[in-house]
Design a protein around this ligand. Sequence first.
Ligand code: FES
Ligand SMILES: [Fe+2]
Length: 373
Amino acid sequence: MTTPSLIRTLPGRSYTDPGLFRREQELIFERLWICAVRTTDLPRPGAFRTVRVGRESVLITRDRAGRLRAFLNVCRHRGAQLCTEESGTVRRSLQCPYHAWTYDLDGRLIAAPNLQRMPDLDRTERGLVTVPLREWLGYAWVCLADDPPSFEDTVVGAAAERLGDAAALDRYRTETLALGRRIDYDVRANWKLIVENFMECYHCATIHPELTDVLPEFADGYAAQSYVGHGAAFADEAEGFTVDGSAGFGRLPGIEDSQDRRYYAVTIRPQVFLNLVPDHVIVHRMFPLAPDRTRVACDWLYLPEVVASGADTAKSVELFHRVNAQDFAACERTQPAMDSRAYRDGGVLVPSEHHIGSFHAWVTDRLSGDGGV
Ligand code: FES
Ligand SMILES: [Fe+2]
């Protein structure tokens, strides 16, 4: 039997229903490894960041030994949020602004008013609730699950599977790169629309003129993600991955000839997109805030010497910033229709989008609550 040309998407309510969104938060974002912060965002002991993971606020600190730690951002006394700022630095400890319970950067309860009058208070037991944390690609990844899935299988392995080669990503040495630019996007669309859009390129010819100039094969509608291990070739006349095809920066030292002048895209479910080009790496992290609202943090990473030299990265950044703006506008244009009766049963995926069907199947499977990854 031949595969039909058109296969169904998820129904419209998958993108608007608050109850479904809550289930996604619980069964996807609070069960899987989430890429939370760039480790260099916490440059020294005492630095902290708060980040939204599922329905929780997670507090990430660098302790006195220089180790990154993650905790639920909730005081163990009466539940006040410990840190309300998105980032900051403390000298030695974290003090709750409500009744001044004080925690070490490693989460231990170290002081509280009248503590000597509570000899039975077990400070270990009343420390901050720890969240498992892993470092990879220069990011701190956290997982709220009681029993986190294998990081190697669900994160590292997922990227390797997409690239068809476990070593392909390592060669970019993303953990050694420096942050050249970060742009935060407040996107008025469901997180799944953003994932689906990233996975396909049927829209590239219509909305991405600058990108298709650099990657002409994208104009045919087939995304790099339609195939395992495929990198889209640069146009002959493009000197670099820049908004006008002008030269970028030197090739990253580890990558092979076969990876040169190519663009690779990887989706690590549920919230990371990696974009690999010879002279930089672009990382998207998504944080769903509501059924129709998602924060997307996008980092442009370059060799540390490129950033330190003060080199002008504007043309390099501008290419994908435009792509982001074009993509997010398309997602925002789609979101209102998710509630329309015209979309009650969803829409359709054309053949070049069929691989998105596997993402839909994955979401549906996760929501069935069987705990699989
Ligand atoms: S709620 Fe934090 S010290 Fe009371
Ligand atoms: Fe796009």
